[in-house]
Design a protein around this ligand. Sequence first.
Ligand code: ADP
Ligand code: MG
Length: 243
Amino acid sequence: MNKQSIVEFESVSKNFEGAHGVTAVRDATFEIREGQTVAIMGPSGSGKSTILNLAAGLDNPTSGSVYVQGRDLSELSDNQLTRLRRDKIGLIFQSFNLLNTLTALENVSLPLRLRGIAKTEAEERAKSLLDLVGLNDRSDHLPDEISGGERQRVAIARAMVAEPVLLLADEPTGNLDSEAGEKVLRILKDLNSEFGTTVILVTHDRSAAENCNRVFEIVDGIISEESNDRRAGASLTEAMATE
Ligand SMILES: Nc1ncnc2c1ncn2[C@@H]1O[C@H](COP(=O)(O)OP(=O)(O)O)[C@@H](O)[C@H]1O
Ligand SMILES: [Mg+2]
């Protein structure tokens, strides 16, 4: 079966104007299909977040085209773009971005409430998502009453509550200790296998990247995909180094 195209970049470049003009992404061309998990690795400032922002339609390319499920984002009206983002894309950031005055349950149900779903139904679905990330006993807690790892799991539940086809995670384990980070990565993987959600994960963690179907590397705005051979080589080198 031919899997649907979820994200496609066609000769995409992104320049930031200003006193120090920067080319954050240079001529990126790639396609990510339904159900794939993709890691993006690269040094700080290399263009990783810019790639995610372009894929989410939060930013426009300077040249080239970005397609989500085959639709050219530049051809959508503001309303269509807002709707596509709301219905198709879940976002997770390093810094959680939860609302501090809302409980875990309220944070997770908010995206549904914003699209007019009644409170009882929204909270029912939010509860099942909190269950899924292992936080059913934290529903009534405020963000500052739970740990960083738990906050990130609330953020994942919130990103997934509307059943997006695409989950974009920007260094989601960057602020977590390794145990909490592993839990978060495990959840992303489970969501991918359970719902077929396509996941794009920006990470500095080589072993997290090795768990993805594909690994992209970006250096100075130039993105390239690691071949499977090279990936096999990389894990072998790592295995030898730790022996
Ligand atoms: N809004 C912006 N205005 C100007 N320059 C920006 C902006 N966003 C990112 N950049 C620059 O683009 C480059 C890539 O940034 P970014 O995608 O955030 O990198 P990464 O996520 O890999 O750390 C960096 O040089 C950064 O300073
Ligand atoms: Mg970044």
